[in-house]
Design a protein around this ligand. Sequence first.
Ligand SMILES: NC(=O)c1ccc[n+]([C@@H]2O[C@H](COP(=O)([O-])OP(=O)(O)OC[C@H]3O[C@@H](n4cnc5c(N)ncnc54)[C@H](O)[C@@H]3O)[C@@H](O)[C@H]2O)c1
Ligand SMILES: [Zn+2]
Ligand SMILES: [Zn+2]
Length: 383
Amino acid sequence: MKVRASVVSELHGKWETKEIELDEPHAGEVRVKMAFSGMCHSDEHVRTGDISQAPEVLQFFGVDSMFPLIGGHEGSGIVEAVGPNVTALAPGDKVAVSFVPACGRCEPCASGRQYLCDLTSMTLAGPMMSDMTWRHHLDGKNVNRMAQLGTFSDYIVVNEASLVKIEPWQDLRAAALISCGVSTGFGSVVDRGAVQPGEVVAVVGCGGVGSGAIQGARIGGARAVVAIDLNQSKVDRAMKIGATHGATSMIDAAFNVLPDLTFGRNADMVVLTPGVLTGDLIEQARSICAKGGRIVATAIAPFDQNSTELNLFGLAMFNQALLGTVFGSANPRFQIPKLLRLYEKGMLDIDTIITQEYTLDEVQKGYDDLEAGTNVRGVVRFD
Ligand SMILES: NC(=O)c1ccc[n+]([C@@H]2O[C@H](COP(=O)([O-])OP(=O)(O)OC[C@H]3O[C@@H](n4cnc5c(N)ncnc54)[C@H](O)[C@@H]3O)[C@@H](O)[C@H]2O)c1
Ligand SMILES: [Zn+2]
Ligand SMILES: [Zn+2]
């Protein structure tokens, strides 16, 4: 069938709507009619080359470049058709996508760490992970999909491991945001950072992921949540979803917020969720982190970023921990339904985070607005 999808065709190219030839699902695959797709910063990381790989690695995936690529990895929709051997999903089911596949059988999945599922090694680029053949074609050629998903598309065909079934009454728009950004931020604080009641948490970067982190801190019992963003309007929005204090840089927080708030002890946890992680931010975060505190690195850095500023004397003598995280170190099949229930109970605010809806043809405009600082989260609404 022919579908419309937003594609970036070259490094630093624009998001453009293209007609894609989409094949029928093979064994273990599912076709979903998309309802909503959130516009996470990670898609921009592919467009700008931060998420990439060495040519030899790409060759291993059977491609010579990350492009062309169908964007989008945060979304929700309704199952329309299933291929052979799909038993857990049926047409009509509501689903959220997961950029981390969860096969349920590999060692990480079997040991309760779906966020490390071995199938994630296949999600960068290349053919379907089911059987290494292609379902998506643009002008007669095979096309990559962001995280094996490519949710900026009227319909997607994906492996069933990339889908999480949700309840028929659950909200598809909220499910879309929870499927990546909100879950990742929430888990960064609750699952990876293991927030304790009464702690002080600083969240650096208050976009979609940071908004999940702020609410994870609030729900996890933090006594104070410091929202830090270079953009004052993001700080103001953060105060509406649970932040108790705001600052426009880590230095601002170090001088004007943390001394009184923590009696000079600094933040128990500093979560890094800026748009792009750079090496200088690690030491800045450590310098506002308390003795015995945790620094959680959630944001994505350029793939060849090997150097960082970090005072190793302070790290050891203050007994601090630097923790990386993917998907907030949570299991998608557990975390996404759990956060949807918190949304239903009015405990997790998604609606305040969604600043604007766009059509599929407006994906570039949505990312221009993100760059301009006017979006916390833009969302594509499909017909
Ligand atoms: N680890 C994971 O599994 C995972 C999952 C999803 C997204 N991410 C990454 O998380 C990051 C955040 O994603 P997002 O969609 O929320 O991005 P976003 O662009 O919506 O938000 C980033 C925010 O950071 C602010 N910012 C930028 N530099 C800053 C700085 N030095 N100090 C303070 N604030 C700063 C921006 O003003 C913006 O409000 C991205 O790098 C994204 O790729 C990681
Ligand atoms: Zn994302
Ligand atoms: Zn697995």
